[in-house]
Design a protein around this ligand. Structure first.
Ligand code: PMP
Length: 396
């Protein structure tokens, strides 16, 4: 049976990671893979997570199944983190299932959408996180793109985006990145979120919010502002969240899929379908990550510790954005890189061509994916000059 298969290419980012590992150049820099790194280039376990794990080790009393929706306390904490004191919560219109990472949450959402409307098209930003496209297609949905990033002016194509979204048929789904757009770093302003929210209401599409970087842009609250604006405007909303980045829990696979329905009864029905989707994919989520997040968010002391660790990660990224812009400006380069400071989160497109990217890798051991997306957190005070000189050299 297996003999009919043809080999598939490996994911370009995974290939880049492997090549980076093998590179013996002591100056090598990895700007490819999307994980946060500290000044030393490490992705350490947060102190708040270590404390929560120690607590869990002492207090865990069973390894029995946790149920389809996972840890219900965790689900409730996530709803508060995402929505604050939102009226949808007070009206009991929200249902959440713990999921294996943001990816698992998105797959649950995709299957849920297919159960609502097997012919639904999901509209994604052009460009978007590559896995969006494959995971929605894997659930049988049609994927179409709407204009989003202006490569030329390093800005949003907002008018083009709105013009396309105006044509979206009622019953389709529009995916929006809540903050720290991956891969462009370009986010909607509050005014623009309001326009999109009005449009969703008028046109009748269902928004799906992917929030994988809450707290990495401006703050936990501000990064959730767009999704709360949407939740005010529409009756139905899907939110896929991830704790991979903001809690540094990448390999624990912890996220959530939240549904907001028009009323409490509709929320119960939607929840029953979401849980049946869960049952047919992975039955129940793993316990560890949810327990850690719940332990942190249940303790004032650990929450404060986590907030300051999250602030540190965000401040480092934002500081690096300014440092990259300033250092590149001191080099003899024609291009203007000031857009890097205006964008948010871990990623921006450097805006250099494939040949320049290949030279950075070959001649300077600087690893960047082919789209020129860079992980800002891979830069440090120690390597910024080496990086900027290399960029200047290949841009000449
Ligand atoms: N959405 C976006 C936009 C992402 O960038 C990522 C991670 N790269 C995810 C979802 C999924 O995150 P995870 O499955 O690792 O929690």
């Amino acid at each position: 049976m297996f003999s009919v298969l043809k080999p598939l290419p490996t994911d370009p980012i995974l290939g880049l990671m492997a090549a980076y590992k093998q590179d013996t150049n002591p100056n090598k820099i990895d700007l490819g893979v999307g994980v946060y790194k500290d000044e030393q280039g490490n992705t350490p376990v947060l102190k708040s997570v270590k404390k929560a794990e120690a607590f869990r080790l002492e207090n865990e009393i069973s390894k029995s199944y946790i149920g389809l929706a996972g840890n219900l306390d965790y689900c409730q904490k996530m709803e508060q983190l995402l929505l604050g004191e939102h009226q949808a919560l007070l009206a009991n219109r929200v249902r959440t299932a713990q999921a294996p990472g943001g990816t698992g949450a998105l797959r649950v959402a995709a299957e849920f959408i297919a159960r609502c409307n097997a012919k639904a098209t999901i509209w994604v930003t052009n460009p978007t996180w590559a896995n969006h496209i494959s995971l929605f297609e894997a659930a049988g949905l049609t994927v179409k793109e709407y204009p989003y990033y202006d490569y030329e002016n390093k800005d949003l194509l907002f008018d083009e985006m709105i013009n396309t979204l105006k044509q979206v048929p009622k019953g389709d789904v529009v995916l929006l990145h809540a903050c720290c757009h991956n891969p462009s770093g370009m986010d909607l302003s509050e005014t623009q979120w309001n326009i999109v929210a009005e449009l969703a209401k008028d046109v009748g599409f269902t928004p799906l919010i992917d929030i994988a970087y809450q707290g990495f842009g401006a703050s936990l609250e501000e990064d959730a502002r767009g999704l709360r604006i949407l939740a005010n405007a529409v009756e139905e909303l899907i939110i896929c969240s991830s704790c991979s980045k903001n809690f540094g829990l990448y390999r624990e696979r912890i996220g959530a899929c939240s549904l907001i329905a028009k009323d409490s009864a509709a929320a119960d029905i939607s929840n029953s379908v979401m849980l049946s989707v869960v049952r047919s994919i992975y039955s129940m989520p793993p316990a560890h990550g949810a327990d850690i997040v719940n332990t942190i968010l249940s303790s004032t002391e650990l929450t404060q510790m986590w907030h300051s660790e999250l602030d540190e990660m965000r401040n480092r990224i934002n500081g690096l954005r300014s440092l990259i812009k300033e250092t590149l400006a001191t080099k003899d380069i024609a291009q203007d890189f000031s857009f890097i400071e205006r964008q948010n989160g871990m990623f921006s497109f450097l805006g250099i061509n494939k040949e320049q990217i290949a030279r950075l890798q070959k001649e300077y051991a600087i690893y960047i994916v082919g789209s020129s997306r860079v992980n800002i957190a891979g830069v440090s005070k120690a390597n910024i000059d080496y990086f900027a000189n290399a960029v200047a050299a290949v841009c000449k």
